[in-house]
Design a protein around this ligand. Structure first.
Ligand code: ADP
Length: 266
């Protein structure tokens, strides 16, 4: 937004001269603010399920002689602890990717393997919601990067596509190589995203506030993780969406070539 933060250092020199040094600390300041906001948000988000778990445990003690209530409150307690576990998991993943250092030890990764593993991890969830999962393959597509992180990113997109679809809907994943990039498109026919929220869905802890979203029990960190993983790999995310018709999230990162393929091409 054009705001520049400078630190100034003044050093007296010999012969009545003074050296004034200006340091551009804009980026350091921005990172510090991001870190502070993140910690504040985390504390707030963790307090909700932790508070609920404490309250539910107390309630269960109060209704110890009412078996039906004990069962109902224990089920709620279990849901809250699952939510807490996925929140902690997402926070760990996000803190790994947001400083950009996560792919220091990258390798050549087959995109088909990433997509197959991501889909595999979502299969049970899809089946329980009657969602048809389909994927088209691109056997030669390769990227350079961190395989577990890439799998997490694609899994988050497929998981969202399933959770924001209507029962019986279809979710498909397509891979294409275009102008030096690999494009992984995750397509759903679900609830869609209104235009004014299309930027905001990538913010940390942002959640669409329709009742449906809250019932889904997500963490609001999934897309933020996806965005950072794409950026860490020199890529980006594109989003097309229309309310009530569906959404397409396209994860785009540079294509990589195995050394012998490159030689053949020269
Ligand atoms: P979560 O799904 O845990 O709420 P995300 O960061 O993954 O968090 O997504 C943020 C918000 O973006 C969601 O709460 C939802 O409102 C919206 N969203 C994400 N993916 C989709 C999708 N495929 N279709 C419709 N809305 C979506």
């Amino acid at each position: 937004t054009g705001r520049i933060v400078l630190s100034i250092r003044i050093a007296p020199m010999s012969g009545n001269r003074t050296l004034i040094l200006f340091f551009d600390t804009t980026e350091a300041k921005r990172l510090e603010e991001t870190r502070r906001d993140f910690v504040a948000n985390i504390s707030h988000e963790l307090k909700t399920p932790i508070g609920a778990i404490g309250l539910l445990a107390e309630t269960i003690q109060d209704v110890a002689d009412e078996p039906e209530n004990v069962v109902a409150f224990s089920a709620q307690l279990q849901r809250e602890s699952v939510r807490l576990a996925s929140l902690v998991q997402d926070i760990i993943e996000l803190s790994r990717v947001q400083d950009g250092a996560a792919i220091a030890h990258g390798e050549l990764v087959s995109v088909d393997d990433v997509v197959a593993e991501a889909i595999d991890r979502c299969r049970i969830e899809a089946e329980s919601r009657g969602i048809i999962l389909a994927s088209a393959q691109a056997p030669d597509a390769q990227v350079f990067g961190d395989r577990p992180l890439l799998t997490t990113a694609v899994r988050n997109l497929v998981d969202n596509a399933i959770r924001y679809s209507n029962r019986g809907g279809r979710v498909s994943v397509g891979v294409t190589c275009f102008e030096g990039d690999v494009r992984i498109a995750v397509v759903d026919q679900g609830v869609g995203i209104p235009p004014e929220l299309r930027e905001r869905v990538f913010e940390r802890f942002f959640r669409g506030d329709d009742a449906r979203t809250r019932e889904e029990g997500g963490t609001g960190l999934g897309l933020s993780i996806v965005k950072h993983v794409a950026a860490d790999h020199g890529g980006r995310i594109e989003l097309w969406s229309e309310p009530c018709k569906g959404s397409t999230f396209t994860f785009i990162i540079p294509e990589a070539y195995a050394p012998d393929t490159e030689q053949e091409e020269q």
